[in-house]
Design a protein around this ligand. Structure first.
Ligand SMILES: Cc1ncc(COP(=O)(O)O)c(C=O)c1O
Length: 443
């Protein structure tokens, strides 16, 4: 199809997410992708430095994943996941449960990060309801979290700029403070008890006061993505886990972003040596190849639904739940991931070197640089709102140099596919520095 016609029809019919269509300008038309590169129909090769919204970890068109999808499609493309099951779903459930050391042996599939979280919230609520503890209906949340864009997930998320307007439409939650400590202090575990003392005291008070009404605490463990790659110490997570256990509140870990190696370990919770009661997974579950999500639960939670009483059923489901193609790809993706220890370490090292260069080059403009496993972030001094024009200008400036970046407010971050090579990563850092300079100087 000619470019003109694609753009005409795009302008006549498309309505893209998080996009002010009037101001956005024409999108680039991606024809194909391979490895870290997106190839556009005007002959450009663009490095996907944010892994297509944090989903792609093995590179685009990865042969093993293409093969897993194709061979599954030829056998069974889909069947409803009630009264029927299939091998890919059983194998993947077993695999995911195993990754938690069977701490969370029950797997409920859905389609995306938001549904994984909605499922966890409903499970937490009904877990207590099924036991006759009907007063435990409220949700506690950690300040600054992002859990998706559906009504329930917006309710439990931090009221980020773009979610505020929906406030009358959302259910009330109680927020536990999450202190933002500097990256430098994060590197020194000895000072964490002191730095988190006040926040934990407040958390303790809130939980003690509300536990009879509260079903769960939801949080993004260790690394809050959409908040601007904000990090907190494993110590803080461990202490919150203890409070939840003490007051019989379920802990929901939203690892939609942090799962599958993102923070350097398979799951971020492992960094704190804890398991939640409910674990939400999506994004990199299929290496970014297919929409699939899973909510993992403890046996104790499952047993509260396992009953002769049909009203104890978990009343939730989606048409494409446990799609066999998605499950087959996820299995192959996990096989690849388990062999990637050195690749992850090399990427972590590459980020460390890259961030040092950023600090030298942009010293006057940055608050700090941060890194957590495969994620790197540069926080700029100048404040930029989500809805401001800094992000669109950065996107254009970096695309013009052959790299796809997408800042979160005043935080420019990198979440490339793990297989990015040192030369490509170096190029990404050059473009990041040049683009920030260009956008700042233009003002
Ligand atoms: C931590 C977290 N939870 C949930 C979601 C929502 O996932 P999805 O966009 O697949 O609905 C996201 C998306 O960025 C996320 O980062």
């Amino acid at each position: 199809m000619e470019t003109e016609k694609i753009l005409k029809w795009h302008n006549e019919h498309a309505w893209q997410p998080f996009t002010q269509m009037k101001l956005a300008g024409d999108p680039l038309i991606v024809e194909r992708a391979q490895g870290v590169y997106l190839y556009t129909n005007d002959g450009r090769a663009i490095i996907d430095a944010i892994g297509s919204w944090w989903v792609n970890i093995h590179g685009h068109a990865r042969a093993e994943l293409v093969e897993a999808a194709a061979s599954q499609l030829g056998k069974l493309e889909h069947v409803m996941y009630a009264a029927f099951t299939h091998e890919p779903a059983v194998l993947l459930s077993r695999k995911l449960a195993g990754l938690t050391g069977m701490a969370l042996p029950r797997v409920f599939f859905s389609d995306n990060g938001s549904t994984a979280v909605e499922v966890a919230l409903k499970m937490a609520f009904q877990y207590f309801h099924n036991q006759g503890r009907k007063g435990k209906t409220e949700i506690l949340t950690l300040a600054g979290g992002y859990h998706g864009d559906t009504a329930g997930t917006m309710s439990v998320g931090g009221r980020l700029e773009f979610h505020k307007l929906y406030e009358p439409f959302l259910f009330p939650v109680t927020t536990i403070p999450c202190p933002q400590i500097s990256y430098k202090d994060l590197q020194n575990p000895e000072c964490h008890p002191e730095l988190y003392r006040n926040a934990l005291a407040q958390a303790g008070e809130i939980i003690a006061a509300r536990h009879e009404r509260s079903a769960a605490l939801i949080l993004e463990p260790i690394l809050q993505g959409a908040a601007g790659m904000v990090m907190h110490a494993p110590y803080f997570l461990r202490e919150l886990r203890k409070l939840c256990t003490e007051f019989d509140i379920l802990l929901i870990a939203d690892e939609v972003f942090t799962g599958f190696g993102r923070t350097g370990s398979m799951f971020a919770c492992e960094k704190a040596g804890i398991w939640p009661d409910l674990l939400c997974l999506s994004k990199a579950l299929t290496g970014g190849f297919f929409p699939l999500a899973a909510t993992l639960a403890t046996e104790q939670i499952y047993q509260a639904f396992y009953s002769d009483n049909r009203m104890h059923t978990f009343f939730h489901g989606h048409s494409m739940t446990a799609n066999p193609v998605g499950c087959a790809i996820a299995l192959r993706s996990l096989e690849l991931l388990e062999k990637m220890d050195t690749t992850l370490k090399n990427l972590e090292l590459g980020h460390r070197e890259g961030l040092l260069r950023v600090e030298e080059a942009l010293a006057d403009h940055i608050v700090e640089t941060r890194q957590c496993g495969t994620v790197a972030a540069v926080e700029l001094r100048e404040q930029h709102a989500y809805s401001g024009d800094f992000a669109p200008r950065m996107i254009q400036a970096s695309l013009g140099r052959g790299v796809s970046l997408r800042p979160l407010g005043n935080v420019v971050y990198l979440t490339p596919p793990y297989i990015i090579n040192p030369g490509e990563l170096e190029r990404v850092y050059d473009v990041l520095v040049d683009s920030i300079r260009e956008v700042i100087q233009e003002k």
